[in-house]
Design a protein around this ligand. Structure first.
Ligand SMILES: C[S@@+](CC[C@H](N)C(=O)[O-])C[C@H]1O[C@@H](n2cnc3c(N)ncnc32)[C@H](O)[C@@H]1O
Ligand SMILES: [Zn+2]
Length: 192
């Protein structure tokens, strides 16, 4: 074990290169591509009709423990403060691990959030794939529910543009709470 690596095994450049190639291969999909999004920045669009419950693309990245994930979150928040880039690419996998998908070869990182998503992230072991929730037409933007916690909801206004948009990127499970906080009543459920 190399000195000064806090108990973590170091890997050779060759191994690192091999791992990156594997992840790049796994992150490819014939079913979608990156385009400029009407929701925000870049997004991912269906390149053909996709039936419901189809595996579309893997959300690939580096498997990291919670300490490392927390540190990267802090680094990202500092960067966001300096440059205004608030994108988050960390995906929760388990109580111990997260996936950091902030790599150019992880196309799925560019999938935007929607209050009426057509996709969902499914986890198998420590891997995450994006699946279609319903039939998707060629040219439709792929979206999923980011599942953000209601805390700091004001920092994440939602621009998904759907009729049922709640107005903020907040997990659907917390919509009732959000409506209450916004004084909109339980069944308002619409952006004002
Ligand atoms: C993982 S990135 C998604 C890709 C992003 N569009 C880009 O070009 O980098 C997540 C960021 O995209 C933006 N975003 C995603 N969905 C959004 C939505 N429904 N409304 C507003 N902004 C959204 C937010 O800034 C969020 O932090
Ligand atoms: Zn929305």
């Amino acid at each position: 074990m190399a000195k000064g690596t806090k108990g973590k095994k170091t890997i050779t450049e060759r191994e690192l290169h091999k791992r990156m190639l594997e992840l790049w291969e796994r992150g490819k999909s014939e079913l979608c591509e990156v385009r400029v999004s009407e929701i925000h920045g870049r997004g991912v669009y269906a390149t053909r009709d996709i039936p419901a419950e189809e595996k579309i693309i893997e959300y690939v990245g580096e498997l990291i423990d919670k300490d490392e994930s927390g540190q990267r979150g802090i680094d990202q928040a500092e960067k966001a403060e300096l440059h205004g880039d608030a994108a988050v690419y960390i995906f929760t996998v388990s109580k111990k691990y997260d996936i950091d998908g902030n790599f150019p070869w992880n196309t799925a990182r560019l999938i935007n959030h929607s209050c009426e998503p057509n996709c969902e992230a499914w986890q198998t072991g420590k891997r995450i794939h994006i699946h279609s929730l319903r039939d998707i037409k060629e040219g439709d933007e792929l979206t999923f529910d980011y599942g953000f916690d209601i805390e700091c909801y004001e920092d994440h206004p939602c621009l998904c543009g759907r009729a049922g948009c709640i107005g903020y990127i907040v997990s659907r499970e917390q919509w009732d709470q959000l409506d209450e906080r916004l004084g909109r009543g339980k069944y308002a459920g619409k952006a004002s």
